[in-house]
Design a binder for this molecule. Structure first.
Ligand code: HEC
Ligand code: HEC
Ligand code: HEC
Length: 207
């Protein structure tokens, strides 16, 4: 049966029709790629991440507004996307698939749709972010902050001393810098207490 169908289609698409089929194929691929690209770009905007659902707008975004990464002396900012969305294509696609979980929780389980529920879930959510960032040696932070370019003469003596210590102890940025843009969870372990497979972190990347 499938063989007969295939040969029927072959006969139908032979000759001049082949061009029509080819053109339609290109057309469909073009529409598909455009839709895919637009979705990727649109879901990576600050407007989408910060305010398109009340879960983020009323919690994470309110906490972020006015924090040092939103408002500072120079006006250079890091928004939700800069810290939470990977820049390399493969990790980006994986992260986008993971975000389907957010859709599920927004529409179906409604697990963080009130302030109380958000606070109750915060330790778990924060631990998830810390584990992720520890696992990739705070890759998103390093997209902007390069330890090699930090001028010790321009940093506070405490910062210089702690950064040396961090290097010796193979700690990563979020081990020490947490609760920077969001409220710190009231319970649960902090990033340094979380066990993460350090072998996932490339040696060359440890600062
Ligand atoms: C898009 C670029 C960008 C990304 C990504 C980024 N930062 Fe920053 N960060 C900045 C800029 C710009 C400043 C300086 C703000 C100022 O002028 O005070 C800053 C300041 C800081 C400071 C000093 C100010 C403070 O509040 O103590 C720390 C610490 C810091 N960042 C840590 C981090 C960590 C940790 C991450 C990852 C979770 C991160 N940054 C991600 C750009 C970025
Ligand atoms: C061992 C803990 C530790 C680690 C690991 C660590 N920091 Fe820090 N960092 C500190 C401390 C402590 C300060 C000083 C805070 C202060 O003076 O209030 C600091 C200060 C800073 C500042 C502000 C510097 C200034 O003088 O204004 C930036 C930016 C910063 N860290 C970024 C990073 C980044 C990016 C990473 C990862 C590559 C990182 N830190 C890793 C502890 C750490
Ligand atoms: C400078 C980097 C940075 C920026 C900018 C940032 N985040 Fe985060 N985010 C983190 C880190 C680090 C954590 C882990 C918890 C912590 O340390 O506060 C986190 C945790 C979270 C969590 C888990 C719940 C919690 O409070 O811990 C959510 C949800 C979240 N971020 C959403 C957002 C949204 C939405 C924005 C933009 C409005 C944003 N983040 C901006 C770094 C950032």
């Amino acid at each position: 049966m499938p063989k007969r169908v295939i040969s029927k289609v072959r006969r139908w698409a032979a000759g001049k029709r082949a061009f029509v089929v080819l053109a339609a194929g290109f057309g469909l691929a073009w529409v598909g790629l455009t839709l895919f690209g637009t979705t990727m770009v649109y879901t990576s905007t600050e407007a989408f991440c910060a305010t398109s659902c009340h879960e983020m707008a009323n919690n994470s975004n309110m906490e972020y507004i006015g924090s040092s990464h939103d408002r500072n002396r120079t006006g250079v900012r890091a928004n939700c996307v800069d810290c939470h969305v990977p820049h390399a294509p493969i990790p980006l696609y994986i992260a986008k698939m993971g975000a389907l979980n957010d859709l599920w929780s927004h529409h179906v389980t409604k697990s963080v749709d009130t302030r109380e529920k958000f606070e109750a879930q915060r330790p778990k959510m924060a631990q998830r972010v810390w584990t992720y960032m520890k696992g990739n040696d705070s890759r998103e932070c390093r997209h902007c902050h390069s330890p090699a370019n930090m001028d010790p003469d321009k940093q506070s003596p405490v910062a210089v001393a702690r950064h040396e210590k961090g290097k010796r102890e193979k700690l990563t940025c979020v081990d020490c810098h947490f609760g920077l843009t969001h409220h710190e969870p009231r319970s649960g372990p902090g990033p340094q207490e979380l066990d993460v497979d350090r072998s996932l972190i490339p040696r060359s990347a440890i600062f």
